[in-house]
Design a protein around this ligand. Structure first.
Ligand code: G3H
Ligand code: 13P
Ligand code: ZN
Length: 311
């Protein structure tokens, strides 16, 4: 199958009360692990490449690797640009075969974000490419915020309605309590998602797909494994999976996961190298690494996304 855009898959996710997993890809083993998990569970999947991933693998390699995965599989797969920050980057991805792009204007002021996002939407829609925008800042969540700090921290549902109407975006990433990376919360902090904001967005914009970035749960068994085989990852805590599962039943239709994949892969490689100190054949440690990616993606599809048998 050719890569598809995300319109149909997110629409079905909304009405079916589940989410589609959007997993970050950087090399062949990661792509193979993700797609093999999704294929086995008959789940749609979004493979997303950041500009860093395109620089690492090479833009052509990245695209061709995903095309190879699509050619060998029968599930719907979207090739998505994660965190595009300029019109030119989005255009380049659209022109080269990406089926979906994110334009992340969240660091700009509100009007500049609208202007940039609309420019990308106008171009992308001519080529049947779907566009994700972002509103709100996904920084680490602090414990004690006063009321006005809270207000500026999370996405404002009133702005969401205006932003979507003015830009024509197909989906929107919002800030309701998630944040990027492995160090989202400190031990003792109580991670929480602002379901009240999510529900208000849904009330104002029924049937509109919402995206959650920074949604890794920072699975503790991988942290322990990394640390027991020579790593040093301290006090990393993520978003509890039951909260994400709850969000997937509401307006959240796309959930982004990168850090949990990185942790699973690193744990597998560290373990394999520690247990086989004389090995120097990369295939021998990249095989369990690919298996670890498959295992964590199967876990997410089953326990967080709820997208088994939705392909
Ligand atoms: O949200 C960002 C993703 O985890 C991608 O990270 O820019 O290091 O590839 P990256
Ligand atoms: P995590 O760092 O929580 O995996 O988030 C990934 C992400 O949002 C990619 O865009
Ligand atoms: Zn992100």
């Amino acid at each position: 199958m050719n890569p598809v855009n995300t319109l149909e898959m997110l629409k079905k996710a909304y009405s079916g009360k589940y989410a589609v997993g959007a997993f970050n890809v950087n090399n062949m083993e990661i792509i193979q692990g993700i797609v093999s998990a999704a294929e086995e569970l008959k789940s749609p999947v979004i493979l997303q490449a950041s500009s860093g991933a395109r620089k690492y693998a090479g833009a052509t390699y990245m695209r061709k690797l995903v095309e190879a995965a699509c050619e060998e599989s029968s599930i719907p797969i979207a090739l998505h640009l994660d965190h595009g920050d300029t019109f030119e980057l989005c255009k380049n991805c659209i022109d080269s075969g990406f089926t979906s792009v994110m334009i992340d204007g969240s660091s700009l002021n509100y009007n500049a974000n609208i202007e940039l996002t609309k420019k990308v939407v106008d171009y992308a829609h001519k080529y049947d490419v779907s566009v994700e925008g972002e509103l709100g800042s996904l920084a680490g969540v602090e414990d004690k915020l006063n009321v006005s700090e809270e207000k500026s921290f999370y996405t404002n549902p009133e702005e969401v309605e205006d932003f979507v109407n003015k830009t024509g975006v197909d989906s929107l990433a919002v800030a309701i309590g998630t944040s990027h990376g492995a160090y989202k919360f400190k031990p003792g902090q109580n991670p929480k998602l602002r379901f009240d904001i999510l529900e208000e967005i849904e009330r104002r914009l029924p049937d509109f797909p919402i995206v959650l970035h920074g949604a890794s749960s920072v699975i503790q068994k991988y942290i322990s494994e990394i640390n027991s085989f020579g790593g040093d990852i301290k006090e990393a805590i993520g978003i509890p999976e039951d909260m994400l599962k709850e969000a997937a039943k509401k307006a959240v239709c796309k959930i982004n996961v990168d850090s949990d994949l990185r942790l699973a892969m690193t744990a597998a490689i560290r373990k394999n190298l520690a247990e086989n100190p004389s090995n120097f054949d990369p295939r021998k440690y990249l095989t369990p690494a690919r298996e670890a990616i498959k295992e964590v993606v199967k876990h997410k599809i089953t326990n967080v996304m709820g997208s088994v048998n939705k392909a």
